[in-house]
Design a protein around this ligand. Structure first.
Ligand code: FDA
Length: 570
């Protein structure tokens, strides 16, 4: 048949890709194709079920990427979950909707990304959001908000699940936290995240189903004649024009679908939205990356940029669990977000000065582990900025979630801003083969120590009334495994042997100036190319204190406007 040709070809119909596809196809005179490896999950109960978190793990819609052996974290591999479906990871995630602390987004502009700050992103958080005003019943159970922070007419439904945990829970948590110095935060989504909160979720309350990227941005618009999803189709690499003086020009994408291999041609742009564990890998297979790495697999270098695939940042998750003295029903939405001051109390200055005095070593170690691909000086300034966010701006230092379900009361947590940095790189010339993924979990002492420190904070919390009245024995880790006055190393050994990824990988195609380790510009254009962008979690230059999707939807909304400005004559 005749070759497939579109104006815009988007690789990955996930959280970010579907936003871009929707907004670009609003321009009636352009055609948009989305290449997606997965299929529709519109009627998949593991996806739609509001209380079904985890049901899709290990199923055919979970990429279940494997990391390399984690040498600082007990020598095991981790499974990194990611959605393989129309809707991407938004179809399998935990649905928490929390944004970021204002200073974290402002930091993007501070490091050289002109135009990216909290105030310029806020209209796009709102544009994507269809906030559902809680019912009186939900308000009684803790749903709380300031309407000025929310958009009510965006496509993504955001609110509280129809069945929330009973109304005594939040006051009990609040009274307990007041005793240990953590105030209540009425609305976590206004740019100030510290405190105890009942956060909204990406949920369609009326239908009582998950609100994912496909339900928000694709299915209602499926009939647009200029928007096409090419599903069950895997993108291998970008194809380039033969002639280009200067910037590389993409002409299309090499894919393999149900009918075999073909080229999907793009007359305007190729946009990578395959997620932070994949977009940078596609760049490498397309010849954009570190010549030393590409050379090993005979991939011809199109753009020399050693930063591609570096700067990988993820978080580590552990949990404690208690026997409940009651029986609980409903979907819990309680999070505590203490700052370093609140977590460490009078010890905070000792911790701060230990971290401060380690920053130069951290920078040296990461530069070394990247074989010099990442510059030590760039790392040091990134680490100083992160230090300032944690210890001067006092952004949240950890998130702790509370899950009273049936006869148990468990609590998962993750330190929000580890210093460890890793990478993702190709390890085969064959694009169908997995890449080498190395997050370097617990590379630095403070990352591991904080994993122990938050656990102790939680144990102490559950021993504090009135929360202590709701629980009996701790059964995980249990006092047998980690005794009452356990040492730091008893806690860290437990953490290393039981942690998992928190599934928030970012940074592998960072938006930063090129000489500071960037892969994309503030227009999210890949340096050295004329018409390739990355729009997904890969571009976030630093980890955030919020869960990622709210910010990814906003970034994709803003990026779509930047693209449209270029194509709509004004
Ligand atoms: P995303 O993964 O959504 O999209 C990438 C798409 O590209 C996928 O559809 C994939 O199939 C496709 N693709 C990849 N390679 C391809 C190729 N070669 N060819 C064609 N298609 C390809 N966040 C949050 O806000 N609240 C939460 O509660 C949670 N909880 C949570 C739990 C779990 C288990 C996970 C794994 C993640 C979360 N997150 C979360 C994180 C959040 O869901 C995640 O960061 C974003 O959905 C990522 O969006 P992206 O657009 O970057 O990629």
């Amino acid at each position: 048949g005749s070759p497939s040709r579109y104006d815009f070809v988007i690789v990955g119909g996930g959280t970010s890709g579907l936003v871009v596809a929707n907004r670009l196809s609003e321009m009636g005179d352009v055609t948009v194709a989305v290449i997606e490896a997965g299929d529709s999950v519109f009627n998949n109960r593991n996806v739609t079920s509001v209380q079904g978190y985890g049901l899709s793990f290990g199923s055919s819609i979970d990429w279940a990427y494997q990391t390399d052996v984690q040498k600082y974290a007990g020598g095991t591999r981790q499974t990194l979950r990611a959605g393989k479906a129309i809707g991407g990871t938004s179809t399998i995630n935990g649905m928490a909707y929390t944004r970021a602390q204002k200073v974290q987004i402002d930091a993007w502009e501070k490091v050289g990304n002109k135009g990216w700050n909290w105030d310029s992103l806020m209209p796009y958080y709102k544009k994507s959001e269809g906030f559902e005003i809680p019912t009186p019943e939900q308000i009684a159970r803790g749903a709380d908000y300031y309407i000025r922070y929310h958009g009510e007419s965006g496509p993504l439904k955001v609110g509280w699940p129809i069945m929330m945990t009973n109304s005594s829970m939040l006051p009990i948590l609040d009274e307990t936290f007041q005793k240990i110095g953590l105030p209540y935060n009425r609305d976590v989504n206004g740019g100030y995240m510290v405190g105890l909160t009942s956060h909204p979720n990406t949920v369609d309350r009326e239908a009582n189903i998950r609100a994912d990227a496909a339900r928000a941005y694709y299915w209602p618009f499926e009939a647009r004649p200029n928007l096409k999803i090419i599903s069950n189709t895997y993108a291998n690499k970008i194809l380039w024009a033969n002639e280009s003086n200067g910037e590389a020009v993409a002409i299309g994408v090499d894919v393999i679908g149900p009918d075999g291999g073909e080229t999907i041609y793009a007359s305007k742009e190729v946009i990578l939205s395959a997620g932070s564990l994949k977009s940078s890998v596609i760049l490498e297979h397309s010849g954009i990356g570190n010549p030393e790495i590409l050379g090993k697999f005979n991939i011809p270098v199109v753009v020399n940029n050693p930063s591609v695939g570096e700067n990988l940042q993820d978080q580590t998750n552990n949990g404690l669990a208690y026997e409940g003295t009651e029986f609980w029903l409903g979907s819990p939405t309680f999070s505590a977000l203490p700052s370093a001051d609140q977590l460490y109390g009078k010890n905070v200055s000792a911790v701060a000065s230990f971290v401060n005095s380690s920053l130069a070593d951290y920078a040296k170690a990461v530069a070394h582990s990247s074989n010099g691909a990442v510059q030590e000086a760039n790392l040091l300034s990134a680490f100083q900025l992160q230090y300032d966010l944690v210890f001067k701006s006092q952004v949240p230092y950890a998130e702790i979630v509370f899950v009273p379900i049936a006869h148990s009361f468990s609590s998962e947590y993750w330190p929000l801003l580890p210093f460890s940095r890793g990478s993702i790189h190709v390890k085969s010339p064959d694009a169908a083969e997995p890449a080498s993924i190395n997050p370097n979990y617990f590379m630095f002492e403070q990352d591991l120590n904080s994993q122990a420190d938050v656990a102790r904070y939680i144990r102490n919390l559950f021993e504090t009334a009135p929360l202590s009245d709701l629980v009996g024995d701790e059964f995980s880790p249990s006092l047998d495994h980690v005794p009452k006055n356990a040492s730091e190393s008893e806690w860290t050994n437990w953490a290393k042997s039981t942690y998992r990824s928190n599934f928030h990988p970012v940074g592998t195609a960072s938006m930063l100036p090129r000489d500071k380790g960037g892969v994309v510009s503030p227009e999210l254009k890949v340096y050295g190319t004329k018409n390739v962008r990355v729009i997904d979690a890969s571009v976030l230059p630093f980890q955030l204190c919020g869960h990622l999707t709210s910010t990814l939807y906003a970034v994709a909304e803003r990026a779509s406007d930047l693209i449209k400005k270029q194509y709509i004559p004004r």
